[in-house]
Ligand binder design. Structure first.
Ligand code: ATP
Length: 509
């Protein structure tokens, strides 16, 4: 299955089973906006819960907040978003299609990268077992020539962006001979900067004074509350403030399903530390976040750390955790050492001191910040794509299964009376009543047991509990496990503890 086909299958499966729907679909949808359905919202809640438990509950020195989406407009002046939260855009005059100039250049580079990969696989074919890829990449003339071209393009683009030379970016696109994928022409407009913040007006006030923004990140709600939380919670450095919430960006091109949306959710944590210790804490959080991902079992080989070459104006170190999505390795989470930029800037714009008083040294100072920032929707997509499988079971049988990590699965247990009579439904409902307070369960009595298993496989339910005629006598049930399709008999009295031990959030800790 090609990577694109893989994503297409996941998208249609997500719609068919109630995970994700296009927003306002009866009006043909709204680009880059999606709704989470009955199972999607369960999965999303479980991911949030895993993150919140790991970050807030399991750490003495991290607390969580829920700040509002609307903030005083000066917030976004102070954070730099009004002046610098831009993407360079360019239009093709023949197709009237709009592109991000940086993405056109990145795509061009990706094509050269693919050629390098081809050189490497040719080398592998030629030299077989004796092939040394590292040495080949470092010495092969074709690879070196292509790599030099990539470095030159990157250098020119970085220089033009740093100098705010948008004409230079256009010249680069023209010099590289980049054509519009739709019209095939090189008939480009000038490159313009486009601010990604959505704005609206507050109440009845119109004009510039009433303009407010939908927050493009949740982090600023944490910075402006730094002192409120520190004082009311009597927090001592180092300490963290975590938050899960919506963010909005008027992305120029929003493709690839829920990977890039205009309204999305972030899970962010700002960790306030003593100046000078940010390097250690940056490494600490890189390691912690790696563990969080690794515990889920999506496969360590599907994650890559990618250090930022060009740091944002506020950062002294930054990296992305990339995930192997169907469209390749792409950013899932960012870890940034943001220095004291944000708090200092808010001090300046608000005129309020945002400092920590150290009772030991009797000094007061602006703390440094290390941030972890993960997109909830991207994490959802990572889980969904990673778990989608079409399995051949032999003898003409197959199944589609979502092998979602047990503790995250939207439905944890399906309760299935073997037949719809003989007192089995009543017995099944007894079992259901023991579980439903702690776990999301589904009761299903329609169709044969095989079809019911397949339905549960397709939505990723880890455990199916079947109540048969023997259950009426021995007070035991058959538990079938999703991945291995193994079955075991468990006493009904043991079922709550059994289920908890297999699918409870505690299994991740
Ligand atoms: P990208 O380079 O993909 O645009 P970014 O570097 O701008 O992302 P950050 O500002 O670091 O992203 O935001 C933190 C996280 O929020 C990202 O790692 C990503 O998971 C998520 N995120 C950012 N933009 C979007 C979006 N448009 N849709 C969904 N998730 C997003």
């Amino acid at each position: 299955m090609s990577q694109e086909d893989g994503l297409k299958k996941v998208i249609s499966h997500a719609k068919e089973y109630g995970f994700v729907f296009p927003s306002s679909e009866i009006y043909d949808g709204l680009s880059a906006a999606y709704d989470y359905g009955q199972l999607g919202s369960e999965l999303k809640n479980n991911i949030k819960n895993y993150w919140w438990t790991a970050m807030v509950r399991m750490n003495d020195n991290i607390v969580g907040i829920d700040a509002s989406i609307f903030m005083h407009p000066k917030t976004w002046k102070a954070s730099g978003h009004v002046d610098a939260f831009n993407d360079p855009l360019i239009d093709n005059k023949d197709s009237n299609k709009r592109y991000r100039a940086d993405v056109l250049i990145e795509d061009h580079i990706a094509k050269i990268d693919k050629k390098i990969d081809k050189d490497v696989s040719k080398g592998l074919n030629r030299f077989g077992d004796d092939f040394n890829e590292v040495e080949f990449r470092a010495t092969n003339v074709n690879v070196l020539r292509r790599q030099t071209t990539i470095d030159e393009i990157n250098g020119k683009f970085k220089d033009a962006m740093n100098a705010e030379d948008l004409a230079g970016v256009k010249t680069l696109i023209e010099d590289l001979g980049i054509v519009c994928p739709v019209s095939g022409s090189k008939n480009w407009t000038d490159v313009r900067q486009f601010n990604l913040m959505f704005s609206t007006e507050l109440g009845a006030v119109s004009g510039d004074s009433g303009v407010i923004y939908l927050r493009p990140e949740t982090a600023q709600g944490i910075f402006v509350n730094f002192l409120n939380v520190q004082k009311s919670g009597r927090m001592k450095l180092p300490f963290g403030i975590a938050q899960i919430g919506k963010a909005f960006r008027n992305e120029i091109i929003a493709r690839q399903f829920i990977f890039r949306m205009r309204e999305f959710e972030q899970m962010e944590m700002q960790f306030f530390v003593k100046p000078g210790t940010q390097g250690e804490w940056y490494e600490f959080w890189k390691e912690e976040r790696k563990k969080w991902h690794s515990t889920l079992g999506l496969g360590d080989e599907n994650y890559k750390f990618h250090d930022h070459i060009k740091l944002a104006h506020y950062a002294d170190a930054a990296c992305d955790i990339e995930f192997n999505f169907p469209m390749g390795f792409k950013e899932l989470e960012g870890i940034h050492s943001r220095t004291d930029f944000d708090l200092k800037s808010h001090e300046e714009f608000s005129g309020k001191k945002l400092r920590f008083f150290d009772p030991e040294t009797k000094e007061s100072f602006v703390p440094y910040v290390v941030e972890t920032s993960i997109g909830l929707d991207r994490m959802f997509l990572a889980v969904l794509c990673n778990s989608y499988r079409e399995e051949d079971l032999g003898e003409g049988n197959s199944r589609t299964v979502l092998s979602i990590p047990f503790a995250l699965a939207p439905v944890k247990v399906a309760i299935l009376p073997l037949v719809k009579k003989d007192g089995l439904p009543e017995k099944a409902r007894e079992v259901l009543s023991k579980l439903r307070l702690n776990h999301n369960c589904q009761y299903d009595e329609k169709d044969g047991i095989g079809r019911r298993y397949r339905r549960q496989d397709a939505i990723g339910t880890p455990l199916c509990i079947t109540i048969d005629h023997d259950s009426l006598n021995d007070d035991a049930v058959t538990v079938r496990e999703r991945d291995g399709m193994t079955q075991e008999r468990v006493a009904i009295s043991d079922i709550p503890a059994y289920v908890e031990s297999r699918v409870g959030m505690a299994t991740l800790f």
